[in-house]
Design a protein around this ligand. Structure first.
Ligand code: DGJ
Length: 725
């Protein structure tokens, strides 16, 4: 049950487990009071004592706001810390005094204008909107809060409204800010690089500002729009954790500033570097949505809240909660070097082992034999597809497979008909040479003409191919984020306008092609965020397909995202990125941590290997619901070096799938045992393929004996079926 209560001049939002409280002081200043475990009654006297200065200070106009936890701090007027909001009027003065004007409570969860956001079909969410106002600038600021019933999360966003007559410059507008009384603890971010995405990066909180951000135009492989604050000693299943994520795929910041008194201000929102938005009289501006999760039971509890949120409140459409096709993608099998004959031979083998969907990756259009040409020319290359997408996809379907396609719609190659026709359509700065990355330029998705072109190109290809799936790729970042479509004073709106344009196209495509499964990709996992997940239920996790490395990448990713969101494929050995050789069983076990698929040349495999693949794939099909939608529990942390282990328990508890990968072979070591979690203590479980019947209590306390084959990076998997108890 979610509730929004008014108690003692306080707004109290809560569900069965969490409370979020803010308080009005002197009827006009909105202070942050509490976020954490559910409270019963909120008593004003206690709240008053949290203020380090007497409230009368407000009446004396003393500037002591920096000794008080603010709910949505503005910059430059009484609070000496960085604010969540900075807006200037025509006099250029950077000072805001936000005062409460009104509030409203409503059932349900509002959508955000043009932006991805959580949604609710349970009918049990409630939303509070508190409106603050700066009278001098005639600026209204709506703070939205939705509390969910089935996961311990609060969604927040802000809407600014210019109700006056002057042009306002919005220099900074965070989606959420929380002023914690005390900063004891640590910060965790998911940082990395191309092919090394979402490493767990812990650091102790110290006075000053720390966090992550992106000005790359994408949420990025380097830093995810996510951070968590955890008390010292917090671990997988113990400790209080506060997590923040942004449903946005462009430039962001997620940071925490520890002040001189030991308080911590955590903020998440649009990055204010390279941002400045002109708000004209009568206009409004909506921030991306931030989601805050509180867990009292460590990182595991936090992740289960995120996974529920992703499954029920972020992912939409036909594939939300549904099975995902097991696919074969031809990229690592052929790269650009293919003919229709070669692809059909590959697809034939894929059908034989039980694959369900064939994905044609890069190279099918224009004259794209390398990555130096043709992005933007979305017309079939007759040398490779003599009968076009229509004819080729028919042949794929005749093999019993569904058909999927790769496109990189946001990009243009300088060597393309599109670029020759529209040289101004890409992001560029006048008078400066156009910088390429992977030999390509970025189309300006903020422009209506570019949006129309991109929509038509994608819709046309999907229609010709009667496609069931689209991999939407994006392989370079913005530099510079400048456009020919905006006047000088609005250049710093380019990056956000780009995102709004991109989201508008994705929304249109989602509506027009409700049966197509969209998979997001940005050189692998360079845009793995809640924003993209709203339009595309899965993301290609990384260009690094090495099973060992994937253990780390998928583990970090699983902090926020469930297996159903993570594209994971079996690829060839030696691995194309690392040169490492791992057993087929290991590659399969690791791909089971995601959506499962293949990305290798099956025509080079002998019959024995194909048989092993067929058997592995059949096993996955028998447990796929548990793998994608079961309760996901991390057991061994690969960042600690021993290996990775995790398990998924089906919603009804009748089945569990356990996976462990041991990194280093051990000679003459002791028995390896894995203590499981999430089972019923007094139930009995049969271990599939053996005659073992074990108690849940035994599995969770004594543990499951593991048997690893010889060699490094070997895997163990077990399927447990509840048989009684
Ligand atoms: C980058 C992607 O991450 C790869 O999987 C592949 O689709 C290539 N782009 C194609 O250019």
């Amino acid at each position: 049950m979610t509730e929004i209560l008014q108690q003692q001049c306080a707004f109290h939002l809560r569900n069965a487990n969490i409370s979020y409280v803010m308080r009005l002081v002197n009827g006009e200043t909105l202070m942050h009071a509490y976020f954490g475990k559910r409270l019963g009654e909120v008593r004003g006297d206690v709240l008053r004592r949290f203020a380090a200065v007497p409230e009368e200070a407000f009446d004396r106009n003393e500037f002591r706001l920096d000794r008080l936890p603010q709910e949505y701090p503005a910059s430059g007027y009484g609070d000496l810390r960085a604010g969540a909001l900075a807006v200037r009027g025509e006099d250029g003065v950077d000072a805001l005094a936000l005062r409460y004007v009104r509030h409203a409570v409503r059932d349900g969860k509002p959508a955000l204008n043009g932006l991805p956001a959580t949604h609710d079909e349970t009918g049990r969410c409630k939303t509070l909107c508190v409106t603050l106002e700066d009278r001098r600038l005639a600026l209204e600021c709506d703070l939205y809060y939705t509390v969910f019933d089935d996961c311990d999360a609060i969604a927040r966003h802000v809407v600014l409204r210019n109700t006056g007559r002057q042009i306002l410059s919005v220099d900074r507008v965070m989606s959420a800010c929380v002023d914690f009384h005390s900063a004891r603890g640590q910060l965790l971010t998911l940082s990395g690089a191309w092919a090394r995405e979402r490493r767990m990066d812990w650091r102790p909180l110290a006075q000053g500002r720390q966090g992550v951000d992106s000005v790359r135009g994408a949420s990025s492989a380097q830093s995810s729009p996510f951070m968590l604050l955890a008390e010292h000693g917090a671990a997988e299943d113990v400790g209080e954790v506060y997590a923040f994520a942004l449903a946005y795929s462009g430039n962001f910041t997620a940071n925490v500033t520890v002040d001189q008194y030991g308080g911590a201000r955590a903020m998440i929102g649009l990055n204010d570097a390279q941002f400045d938005w002109q708000l004209l009289p009568g206009e409004s501006f909506t921030t991306p949505e931030a989601v805050l999760v509180y867990a009292a039971d460590g990182l595991g509890g936090m992740s289960r809240a995120w996974h529920t949120l992703c499954h029920r409140h972020v992912t939409r459409g036909r594939y939300a909660g549904a099975q995902r096709p097991i696919l074969l993608n031809n990229w690592e099998a052929t790269y650009f070097d293919f003919t229709e004959e070669k692809l059909l031979a590959l697809a034939g083998k894929a059908a034989q082992i039980g694959v369900e969907l064939f994905v044609l990756d890069d190279g099918w259009f224009g004259r794209r034999d390398t990555d130096t040409a043709s992005l933007g020319d979305w017309v079939e290359d007759p040398r490779k597809l003599p009968e076009g997408l229509a004819g080729f996809s028919e042949r794929i379907r005749a093999l019993g497979l569904r058909f999927g396609l790769w496109m990189e719609p946001e990009m243009v190659s300088p060597d393309s008909d599109l670029y020759r026709a529209h040289p101004d359509w890409c992001l560029h700065a006048p008078g400066m040479p156009r910088l390429t990355g992977r030999n390509q330029l970025v189309l300006d998705m903020g422009r209506a003409d570019v949006q129309a072109f991109v929509y038509e190109a994608v819709a046309g290809a999907l229609t010709r191919a009667k496609a069931d799936y689209l991999k939407w790729d994006m392989n370079r970042n913005f530099s510079p984020a400048a456009t020919a479509a905006l006047p000088p004073a609005r250049q710093r709106e380019t990056a956000h306008r780009y995102m709004l344009g991109l989201y508008a196209v994705l929304e249109r495509l989602n509506k027009a092609f409700p049966d197509v499964l969209f998979e997001s990709c940005a050189s692998g996992g360079g845009r793995f965020d809640l924003g993209m997940l709203y339009y595309m239920p899965q993301t290609w996790c990384s260009d690094n397909t090495d099973a060992h490395d994937r253990c780390l990448i998928q583990y970090g990713t699983s902090l926020v995202f469930p297996p159903s969101a993570m594209g994971a494929h079996i690829s060839a050995v030696p691995n194309h990125q690392t040169g490492r050789v791992t057993a087929l069983e290991t590659r399969s076990a690791v791909a089971m941590g995601g959506t499962y698929g293949f990305e290798l040349d099956l025509t080079r495999m002998d019959e024995a290997e194909l048989d092993r693949m067929r058997a592995l794939l059949a096993q996955v099909k028998s447990v796929r619901d548990t793998l994608l939608y079961g309760q996901y529990i991390r057991l061994w942390n690969p960042f600690e070096g021993r290996g990775a282990a995790w398990m998924s328990v089906s919603a009804c508890g009748a089945q569990a799938v356990v996976t462990a990968v041991r990194f280093r072979a051990a000679v003459n070591g002791g028995p390896e045992v894995l203590r499981l979690r999430g089972l019923e203590s007094d139930a009995l479980y049969a271990v599939r393929g053996t005659d073992l019947i074990v108690g849940g209590d035994e599995l969770m306390n004594l543990g499951l004996p593991l048997h690893f084959a010889a060699g490094d990076d070997t895997a163990f998997t077990a399927v447990l079926e509840r048989v009684g108890g």
